[in-house]
Design a protein around this ligand. Sequence first.
Ligand SMILES: Cc1ncc(COP(=O)(O)O)c(C=O)c1O
Length: 396
Amino acid sequence: MTAKAVPMLDLKRQYEPLHRELLEALGHVLETQHFILGEPVAAFETAAASQLGVNHAVGCASGTDALWLALAAAGIGHGFGPEQEGESRSTDPVTVVTTPFSFFASVSSILRAGATPALVDIYPVTFNLCPVEVERLLDGPRGKSVKAIMPVHLYGQCADFSPGFGRERGISVIEDAAQAWGAERNGVKAGGIGDAAAFSFYPTKNLSAAGDAGMVSTNSDEIAERARMLRQHGMRRRYYHDEMGWNARMDGFQGAVLGVKLKHIERWNEARRAAAARYDQLFRAAGLAESGTHPAKGVILPTEAPGRRHVWHQYVIRTARRDELRAFLAEHQIGSEIYYPVPLHLQEPLKALGYKEGDFPEAERATREVLALPMFAEIRPDEQETVVAAIAEFLS
Ligand SMILES: Cc1ncc(COP(=O)(O)O)c(C=O)c1O
């Protein structure tokens, strides 16, 4: 095989054609001195809400903050700080259901909101929280304390929850849409499916800032107003604090960068979709694609579930000799990544939740088999051919 490096992600290819537009937008922030929130963030929020088809977008400092803000603004959890009058935290548990196969923040934000995470296994085809398992938990002994469900739209594909899920039981849905800008389920965009949603604009995300940034989206006037208050230390009026908030503000430079990139994200998502289709085609043509969810000698390709618009934040295959394959690709200077190598219930600081190995077999198996391949809007067909040829060589 000829050695040709393929990066996991090359942000410079996105930056170069945009550099004038970006420098102009950043220059405007310097001229107006709107460094924190202000006009660039407000303009981004308006455009973002309109693109998602939701009533409100609230910019904040990171996806992690967005998750906490969404939960707190929706009234999920006991919050933090001194116990308020009328509260009885110890005898009134608040449970939020989520997946063990996600980034750490999906669970840490629940704890930060003063609630208890309850984990439920994933559906192996999509890697997302399984609604049937969620129903089972809701019907069980912990069901009564559940106040919210947090589906994570992993890798850019919406989890299988319809708008209104849980409403009859008084349960909110808070979407972790960190990886899913532009994804849809039955024509509804991620961010508009639940009561509120959280986005991350970490630089590797499909819609990315030039640093840390995040956003809450919601159709609820009340949640949006509370999120705005909570992101500024719980202030509605300067230096009068109504609630225990935090500094979770978005800065003006990030608002400006995101405002520019928002105009291009649809095109980039379409390019990712084309790249995913090309990977599928290359793997099939090489005779490597296997069906089912248990890889034998080849690879199991990721799929777009019915009614879903996948935005391919990541293109993730399953394969049995994953770690060896990854090392082989690295030797050939081909990037790859494991999202995620350890399920959340087995992460050190979360062991106190009381789960053990074997509790979530699908999530645990996924951590051993998944491998994310180079994926970004600007990836070239010849680079994808190199990736698939290397995998074919390894598996031959
Ligand atoms: C699924 C998921 N949730 C939450 C986050 C947290 O976002 P951030 O890194 O912007 O705090 C991320 C991104 O890292 C993520 O991928």
